[in-house]
Design a protein around this ligand. Structure first.
Ligand code: BES
Ligand code: MN
Ligand code: ZN
Length: 497
């Protein structure tokens, strides 16, 4: 698909292209072509009959038009703009429309950062266009394909850079969705390592290291090797490195992504319903790969590493057991209460490995960590935890600007009591496991980050799309946009630490 930003005066009104015309109810549609404008005005009855948020295709001799009612102008904002854009793209696909001009210049929400909005346009067009078809037979006539979207926008030359970034980021999110959507039997820890290897090899200024089970044992990563014991699939620790500046300079950011390629729950086996989407339990890892891919393509002047502990959590005669005492990389003994709280155990090794060996300016982990985060927040927000409480608002703003919305939850010292170990140093489940599960999980992780600035994103709430998000079913690629935006703004952000 080709997406272009074009000056309103330069729009080519050929009959091939369907014109997409969003409008504020009650306002007349005006465009820079009087003949077509006259034609559009013949549809005034259609326009008044359109409900808020409704998209409709209208045919005339002069061409095809798609109308979209934005709803009240006073309530129009960036979030609605993005969702409407996605809805329109889904509509184009459903109606097999392959070439369009999108008139967006009249519905620009007021008082927002236009560069940031423009970045989100190609990004969200690509997100809405995505479909996971790798495992489906191609229909004879091919998959519906949007070939060209031209966007009518004032002063396009001012926004080319943001527009280009948006394309790169949108593609990276979709790549991450492909990884997450791939079935668990295919996307094993080894396969995730191979895909990471291939991805990094294509990038400039990037390196990859992959630790196998022997190396992990030698390093003393008892969490990763412990959780993976029940599976015939051997664990890996994937380490990506991107150097946007001198290699001997300090690492700016470390991203750590949970890479459980399938989570059965282990011996604490999940119910059949709860196991259904657990091939996506490596989505945090996929987010990290996608984010580093985009950052390397945008060529941000930062040094960034990404770590993905990759395991499969299976029950078997070899599996780790409730009551096991696993020694993490930093020497702390993890007391296993539930084999289904496996994500925090593998992250403990990865976080403490980063804290000890890389000392980045900041660490961010991304994990489908707890169903409890979804209970707390519903399906629209990522759970945000940080040991920099005064940064909460800044981190929230990154969510708002990136489109990966986050919401803070507390990490107070009082919660530490919940996870005190009886026979080990720290338990992997709270004493009152029914309550505040997302918080006890985050509190557990906090014990492995030492004194480093750190944020934890619990992406369980947003890992798959829901109906009115206008995205294909399955993985949403959540968190990629957040990490990229964090990196883009990092120079500014680190001043506030
Ligand atoms: N991978 C799950 C969390 C999850 C659940 C992610 C649903 C996405 C959708 C995690 O490993 C897990 O099993 N968590 C348990 C924790 C419990 C045992 C404390 C949960 O949420 O039930
Ligand atoms: Mn689990
Ligand atoms: Zn899990």
């Amino acid at each position: 698909m080709e997406i272009k930003l074009k000056e309103p005066q330069k729009i080519n009104f050929s009959k091939k292209a369907v014109l997409v015309l969003p409008f504020f109810p009650g306002e007349k549609i005006s465009i820079k072509n009087k003949e077509i404008e006259k034609e559009i005005n013949k549809f005034s009855e259609t326009l008044t009959s359109l409900k808020e948020n409704e998209v409709r295709l209208a045919l005339s001799e002069k061409g095809k038009f798609i109308f979209f009612n934005t709803g009240e102008k006073e309530k129009w904002n960036q979030r609605k703009f993005i969702l409407s854009l996605r809805k329109i793209v889904r509509f184009l696909k459903e109606n097999n429309i392959s070439q369009t001009v999108l008139f967006l210049e009249k519905i620009i929400p007021r008082g927002i950062d236009l560069n940031n909005l423009v970045r989100q346009i190609p990004e969200n067009i690509l997100l809405a266009d995505y479909e996971f078809t790798l495992y489906k037979e191609k229909p004879k006539e091919g998959w519906p394909e949007i070939k060209l979207i031209e966007i009518s926008w004032p002063n396009p030359q001012k926004y080319q850079k943001d527009f280009g970034c948006g394309k790169i980021i949108g593609q990276a999110v979709n790549f991450s969705r492909d990884l997450s959507n791939t079935p668990g039997g295919e996307m094993t820890p080894q396969r995730l390592a191979e895909v990471s290897f291939k991805t990094v090899k294509k990038l400039k200024n990037s390196k990859i290291e992959i630790f196998d089970e022997r190396k992990l044992k030698k390093l003393g990563m008892g969490g990763i090797t412990g959780v993976s014991r029940g599976s015939s699939q051997k664990p890996r620790l994937i380490i990506l490195k991107y150097f946007g500046k001198d290699r001997d300079r300090k690492i700016d950011l470390a991203f750590i992504g949970k890479g459980v390629t399938f989570d059965t729950g282990g011996l604490h086996i999940k119910s059949s319903d709860a196991m259904i989407e657990m091939h996506m339990d490596m989505s945090g890892g996929a987010t990290v790969i996608g984010a580093i891919l985009a950052i390397a393509k945008i060529k941000l002047p930062l040094n960034i590493i990404g770590l993905i502990p990759a395991v499969e959590n299976m029950p078997s005669g070899q599996a780790f057991r409730p009551g096991d005492l696993l020694k993490a990389y930093n020497g702390k003994i993890i007391e296993v209460i539930s084999t289904d709280a496996e994500g925090r155990i593998i992250l403990a090794d990865a976080l403490s490995y980063v804290a000890k060996n890389f000392r980045p300016k900041m660490m961010v982990d991304v994990a489908t960590l707890t169903g409890a985060a979804t209970v707390a927040l519903g399906r629209w927000a990522i759970g945000l935890f940080t040991n920099l409480p005064k940064m909460e608002n800044i981190f929230r703003q990154i969510g708002e600007d990136s489109g990966d919305y986050v919401w803070p939850l507390p990490l107070w010292e009082e919660y530490e009591e919940e996870i005190k170990g009886t026979f080990g140093d720290i338990a992997n489940l709270g004493k009152t496991p029914k309550y505040g599960g997302a918080i006890t999980a985050a509190t557990f992780l906090k014990n492995f980050v030492e004194d480093l600035p750190w944020a934890h994103l619990d992406i369980a709430p947003t890992v798959t799309s829901i109906e009115n998000q206008w995205l294909a079913k399955g993985a949403s690629g959540t968190g990629v946009r957040y990490l990229v935006k964090l990196a883009q703004d990092f120079k500014k952000i680190e001043k506030s630490f």
